[in-house]
Design a protein around this ligand. Structure first.
Ligand code: FES
Length: 653
């Protein structure tokens, strides 16, 4: 007689097993992705399956398919304590009694896919670096003396096939009391720095640990620090939080912070202490928000630009301020929380920092590459991450190039006369009628345009506070489209343009978007200075893109991806009219949202993704804008709106 056939869905994996084989055992042997923390002891419930066809055992007695919801005593006990869904069985308890089909529901798969909102976003597959293992450890014995750690290692080997394990002093010092408290039954967390690395014992709990494991994905920007607390079993973000980077008091932008370190002995250490303190506070806050203990945060992933990277690590960034812009290391780093002074996290918690691409192109750009995968694109894609510095990636399956460009903070609303950060009260969108030259606009916090019915001008007058980055880009592009601004970037006078909205300002002219001065409100204008600031920023961005295109030997790109929180709000049309990005059909411009943050989450949830980005980064060709003479030429040509020589089809429409 042949053994029963066992088929697993959705994987389709199948094999024959002797009658009485537990489903978990069959799954293991076939390489089916079925979770288990307790190793088949019937207490963790991670191994739940749904029998869909065939005969399974119950109390060692064969039951008919319609009685599949009946459980054995272990399952019954589990159901009494915690509840087991009808139709579900524990894979370690149900045994195969005949030909069967077994469904593994998503929540029982270790490598489950994380459900994400955006359809275009890359899926995240769970494969975390830190995992839980429940073990039963031999008690010490005077006659065959061995240490507690050695007996833990033996249990891991015999019960989980983990060949070797290391630990550190912080965890070792907790081991003895926890083993005794748990009556020699404990759950350990093992962290693997890579697929082949010896696992490190990073935490231990008495008995079965059931309150989960968490990780932090941190996007450490020069202006803001954003963190996503992620459940390392499901991959879901359970809380998100952000704070201002306190290093701002040492300098608004990166270069001013580097010069602060250069001019002030110990300045780098001050900035390191400030950012670490902020991260510690952020970790406490976010854990509180999710109602979990910070001690459950056993993984943290950082993405950041090179200067933030060095200051986080406690390395003086002075070399990054001068050619040849050498990084202390460009490799990815596997560290422990204690080495970075992250005292709110457990001292042994692991910290992974993505690799940097070059002295000006950091781990944040690497994270964008991980999330957007330019190297897997068939068509040539330009990815632009707009911030105080713009990071650019250009590539397809043959090659990927990267550079950064010093756009300055104008795109974020800084250095703009009425500029402000994107916040309620800021004008975020604007249209100017080419005939009447009259503006209409939309304010953050309101869905209505200013000329729509229901728009309350009086309320708006007291609510408008300025123009944010996306608003100023639209304003400049709209001024150009309405013929109020010439291609050199000069605003016309009221006489030249025929509209009283142009008012003199010294020897130049400004365009009035909103005048609330009669009622004590603000006067919101676009000045000639604003135009110049935007011209500088957009020329730098475009010149960076052109430099990459030169290097690639192309005149056009197939599509453009705007990344970054700000990128999500830029209108493609206005970006092209302004000549910020290369001229592509508008349908070919997409937004990727916070791609660096997504990359951090991918690296947090998936160990293989870390190996992948480390490999990808080594293959990216870096182009250094600061020393490239052509950058200057491209910059000057891109000063015109949209450009001195390059054709821009959108404006001609
Ligand atoms: Fe833990 Fe089945 S493996 S309950």
């Amino acid at each position: 007689t042949t053994d029963p056939l066992v088929v697993f869905t959705p994987s389709g994996k199948r094999g024959r097993f002797p009658k009485g084989t537990p489903v978990l055992t069959a799954a293991r042997q076939l390489g089916v992705d079925l979770d288990s923390v307790c190793g088949g002891r019937g207490i963790c419930s991670k191994c739940q399956i749904t029998p869909s066809y065939g005969e399974f055992s119950k109390h060692g007695v064969t039951v008919a398919p319609d009685a599949l919801s009946e459980w054995n005593s272990v399952e019954q006990r589990y159901d009494d304590k915690r509840g087991l869904k009808a139709g579900r069985r524990l894979g370690c308890q149900a045994c195969v009694m005949g030909d069967v089909v077994i469904d593994v529901p998503p929540e029982s798969q270790v490598h489950r896919q994380v459900v994400r909102k955006a359809a275009s976003a890359r899926t995240i597959v769970m494969d975390p670096a830190t995992r839980l293992y429940y073990i039963e450890v031999d008690e010490p014995d005077m006659h065959t003396p061995t240490g507690d750690l050695e007996r833990v290692a033996r249990a891991l080997k015999s019960q989980w096939n983990v060949p070797d394990v290391t630990t550190d002093l912080a965890t070792l010092s907790r081991l003895q009391p926890v083993l005794r408290k748990g009556g020699w039954k404990v759950t350990v967390a093992l962290h693997k720095a890579s697929e082949t690395a010896v696992p490190r014992l990073v935490a231990v709990w008495p008995g079965l640990h059931e309150s989960g494991l968490y990780g932090l994905a941190i996007d450490l920007g020069s202006t803001t620090i954003a963190a996503h607390l992620t459940d390392l079993e499901t991959g879901l973000v359970v809380a998100s939080s952000g704070i201002m980077n306190p290093q701002i008091r040492f300098g608004e932008d990166l270069m001013s912070r580097v010069s602060y370190a250069m001019m002030n002995p110990g300045g780098d250490r001050e900035m390191t202490a400030a950012v670490r303190e902020a991260i510690n506070a952020l970790a406490v806050d976010i854990a509180k928000e999710a109602d979990i203990a910070p001690s459950l945060i056993l993984e943290t992933v950082f993405v950041c630009n090179p200067v933030m990277h060095h200051l986080l690590l406690g390395i003086d960034p002075v070399e990054l301020g001068q050619a040849p812009f050498a990084l202390a290391t460009s490799n990815a780093l596997n560290l422990e929380a204690r080495e970075l002074g992250l005292t709110s996290l457990p001292p042994s918690a692991s910290v992974y920092i993505l690799p940097c691409i070059a002295g000006h192109v950091g781990a944040d750009a690497a994270a964008v590459a991980l999330s957007e995968e330019p190297g897997k694109s068939e068509d040539l894609v330009l990815i632009v991450d707009v911030g105080t510095n713009a990071e650019l990636l250009l590539g397809n399956t043959t090659r990927v190039l990267a550079c950064s460009s010093p756009t300055g903070p104008a795109f974020e609303g800084a250095q703009i006369s009425s500029g402000q950060r994107a916040a309620p009260g800021a004008i975020e969108a604007i249209r100017i009628d080419p005939e009447t030259k009259e503006p209409r606009y939309r304010i953050i916090g309101s869905d209505l345009w200013s000329d729509e019915e229901g728009f309350d001008i009086a309320a708006a007058a007291s609510g408008i506070t300025g123009i944010c980055g996306s608003g100023i880009i639209e304003a400049v592009a709209e001024l150009r489209l309405a013929g109020l601004l010439d291609s050199s970037g000069l605003l016309g006078s009221a006489e030249q343009t025929g509209t009283p909205r142009m008012i003199p300002e010294g020897r130049t002219h400004s365009y009035v978007i909103f005048d609330g001065t009669a009622t004590g409100g603000p006067l919101i204008t676009v000045t000639q200075g604003d135009i110049r600031a935007i011209q500088l920023a957009k020329s730098a961005l475009y010149a960076g893109a052109r430099l990459l295109m030169d290097e690639m030997g192309v005149e056009t790109v197939d599509r453009v991806v705007l990344a970054g929180a700000f990128g999500a709000h830029i209108s493609a049309k206005h970006a092209v009219v302004l000549g910020m990005i290369p001229d592509v059909p508008l349908g070919k411009v997409t937004s990727a949202g916070n791609a660096a943050g997504t990359g951090a989450r991918i690296a947090l949830c998936n160990l293989g993704a870390r190996a992948e980005i480390e490999r990808v980064v080594r293959q990216i060709t870096k182009v250094e804008t600061a020393i490239e003479p052509r950058f200057q030429e491209h910059f000057v040509a891109a000063n015109a709106i949209p450009h001195k020589t390059d054709p821009f089809a959108e404006l001609a429409k």
